[in-house]
Design a protein around this ligand. Structure first.
Ligand code: AMP
Ligand code: TRP
Length: 344
């Protein structure tokens, strides 16, 4: 049997290079040998305030990015979360399986709620339970995400294990995170110790997928660096597979830009470090600009074309929701039976 893959992206605006290299590009690669569901998670987005008109446009933008990146809507299922009610229904069940102590450990909640924790929505708090429901309502087994979602997927595993134990049944699968590629955690161009993020107030901190070639070039040229020449393969440990943590700490911007180059050029980091060892940032940046424009330009153009045709995008989402629903419904029904919910 083909393995089933599920992943989600929030329609919160400004899709960036981190979303692409950490997640969306991997979605494309998995569709050949897996049954894939890719979801625009609008229910997750409203855990923080969203302007309704913008939310609708951003939902189409994420769907357009999926298509522009190369997800085939005939093989894979592309849809928005609110159209399949099983997500919200199973999330309620998981609110009753998951524990307050587990949610209290979630670092993303702490980061997002910040000092105004008392004022955060209760949805933001139970966000990881909904994420578990997204995945398990399809009994998906593999979940491609960026590094930052690892903890949420551990919680998904805990919820599945507890549900199975509580009811003495082997019902939900224990999901495997798929975190791969040379850029599973892309950092801000302004500060290599912060993650590249949609919510960073500075647009110069990220490369958006819809940026023009000029904007891409300008952002890379302005990206923070340090005064040293570029490091070589000696900065890697574990047979060239990992960056020495001390070196990375000392030069986070350099390693971030080099990792982006490796990911975009589909080379290993060790080979990129070999090529640029001792080079100056200025010449490396020129190469990075060319590569970024070459790889991201066509995706940005195709996104713009698709966003100008909302009828087509909406059709893809509608068809996807129907197909997703067909898989989710019977699984939810079975879960209800296990719980003892009477259906008359
Ligand atoms: P989000 O925009 O928060 O819905 O994230 C969508 C996907 O992009 C998730 O799989 C994230 O893990 C991934 N992602 C977000 N930011 C980054 C980043 N800076 N580097 C790598 N992956 C990221
Ligand atoms: N929480 C994820 C993020 O912010 C998005 C998401 C929602 C997701 N549901 C999911 C990712 C299910 C993988 C599987 O990036």
């Amino acid at each position: 049997m083909k393995r089933r893959v599920f992943s989600g992206v929030q329609p919160t605006g400004d899709l960036h290079l981190g979303n692409y290299l950490g997640a969306i590009r991997n979605f494309v690669r998995l569709q050949n040998d897996s049954e894939c569901l890719y979801c625009v998670v609008d229910l997750h987005a409203v855990t923080v305030w969203q302007e309704p008109m913008k939310l609708a446009a951003n939902t189409r933008e994420v769907a357009a990015a999926f298509l522009a990146a190369g997800i085939n809507p005939t093989n894979s299922i592309i849809f928005n979360q609110s159209q399949v009610s099983a997500h919200a229904e199973l999330a309620w069940v998981f609110n009753c399986v998951s524990r307050v102590g587990w949610l209290n450990r979630m670092t993303q909640f702490k980061e997002k709620a910040g000092k105004r924790r008392e004022n955060a929505s209760t949805g933001l708090y139970v966000y990881p339970n909904l994420m578990a429901a997204d995945i398990l309502t399809y009994k998906a087994t593999h979940v491609p995400v960026g590094e930052d979602q690892k903890q949420h997927l551990e919680l998904t595993r805990d919820i599945a294990i507890k549900f199975n134990n509580d009811f003495g049944i082997d019902f939900f699968p224990i999901v495997e995170p798929l975190i791969f590629g040379e850029a599973t955690r892309v950092m801000s161009l302004r500060d290599g110790t912060n993650k590249m993020s949609k919510s960073d107030p500075s647009d110069y901190s990220r490369i958006n997928l819809t940026d023009s070639p000029d904007a891409i070039a300008q952002k890379i040229r302005k990206a923070k660096t340090d005064p040293e020449a570029l490091p070589g393969p000696a900065a890697l440990i574990n047979e060239g597979k990992e960056i020495d943590p001390d070196q990375e700490k000392a030069r986070p911007e350099a390693f971030n830009l080099l990792s982006i180059y490796a990911a975009l050029s589909e080379q290993s980091l060790v080979s990129v470090l070999g090529q640029f060892e001792g080079a100056q940032f200025s010449s490396f940046k020129n190469k990075l600009v060319d590569l970024s424009v070459e790889k991201l330009g066509p995706i940005g153009n195709e996104m713009q074309r698709l966003m100008a045709d909302p009828g087509y995008v909406d059709g893809v989402l509608k068809d996807g929701a129907m197909r997703a629903n067909t898989i989710a419904e019977p699984i939810l029904k079975e879960a209800h039976k296990i719980l003892g919910f009477l259906s008359t």
